[in-house]
Design a protein around this ligand. Structure first.
Ligand code: SF4
Ligand code: SF4
Length: 317
């Protein structure tokens, strides 16, 4: 089984042959997802489960409910409308049985306090194109364009491919922000329409990678090599996570390896907890409880080590 989580990928690939996809955000005026001013389209669905993930809503490929329990005054309106009886009160808090919930989203319509929100929605190629093209002038003036991120954009391969083709027809600069975890032949399909890859290298040791992200890294490193061989422009993204990949020794080993490749730059992403509250909204436990932060001094030291191997490095968000 490869990327086929309970047939979900099959569902997404059959989604009107990639004319529609499930997205969870479109962010205009992005300045960290490639060159210039960009619009970033965030697709749902990811084969990895990184313990530090700050977008836990990106993992499940389907729409989900965010539940802000603290807002609820127990008026009871959502209980009445919920046909599968998935809503209840427990210890004075509203609860949703997510197994029974059929995502009809009716509770969102009746709740006067916006306790529930739908995360993720179907979007057509045309809808996305028309939103992205609104900022064409900014892209032209800044050397920017459009970035497809996630989740993992290749999780919804046909949709991503169709989007890329449409963007290229409009002469936009295209960037894919990828975990690298996809079939090699899927990468082959998107590369002719991709100007830049933001390619995550999380850890070189496959066992450690598996433990912290849920998948081994062999296919990621293979895709990385293949993309370089094909001359694709790459910015390597490295999330710097305490006690995972932040030791000076490991960073030097990685930098030495990367310095042999024609990489345009390295982008360091410092661990943060900005997404922690979203785990609560999804009734999930935040996996990295009580983890230390990376100090400004430490990230600067990591930057200097990598730079000492002749690589260009930026600290991004
Ligand atoms: S989305 Fe529908 S099924 Fe789910 S909790 Fe709300 S009303 Fe009930
Ligand atoms: S409708 Fe909103 S405020 Fe009322 S019980 Fe349901 S979640 Fe709480």
């Amino acid at each position: 089984m490869f990327l086929d989580i309970k047939g979900e990928l099959k569902f997404l690939r059959g989604n009107q042959k990639g004319k529609e996809g499930i997205i969870f955000n479109i962010q205009r005026y992005s300045i960290h997802d490639g060159p210039g001013i960009r619009t970033t389209v965030f697709l749902k669905g990811c084969p990895l489960k990184c313990r530090w993930c700050s977008n836990p809503e990106s993992i499940n490929p389907f729409p989900e409910l965010f539940l802000r329990k603290e807002r609820c005054d127990q008026c009871g309106q959502c209980l009445d409308i919920c046909i599968p009886k998935a809503i209840s009160y427990d210890n004075d808090h509203i609860q949703i049985n997510r197994v029974n919930c059929n995502l009809c989203m009716k509770c969102i319509e009746v709740c006067p306090l916006n306790v529930m929100n739908s995360i993720g929605k179907k979007a057509s190629i045309n809808e996305i194109i028309s939103e992205v093209m609104q900022d064409e002038l900014f892209y032209n003036n800044s050397g920017g364009g459009v970035t497809i991120s996630g989740g993992e954009p290749l999780f919804q391969l046909e949709f991503t491919l169709n989007l890329l083709k449409e963007f290229k027809k409009r002469s936009l600069h295209t960037t894919i922000d990828t975990t690298g975890y996809a079939k090699c032949e899927d990468f082959e399909k998107i590369l002719p329409f991709t100007d830049l890859l933001l390619f995550d290298i999380k850890h070189l040791d496959s066992e450690i990678h598996q433990k912290e992200t849920g998948v081994a890294n062999h296919i990621i490193l293979k895709n990385f090599k293949n993309c370089l061989k094909k001359g694709i422009k790459i910015w390597v993204r490295i999330p710097i996570i305490p006690n995972f990949n932040d030791s000076n020794q490991y960073i030097a080993k990685l930098a030495k390896l990367l310095s042999k490749e024609p990489i345009e730059k390295i982008s360091l992403l410092k661990y943060h907890e900005w997404g922690k509250h979203k785990y609560n909204y999804l009734d999930r436990v935040y996996p990295l409880k009580d983890t230390n932060f990376i100090s400004d001094e430490q990230i600067q030291e990591i930057k200097s080590i990598i730079e000492s191997y002749g690589l260009k490095v930026t600290i991004d968000y």
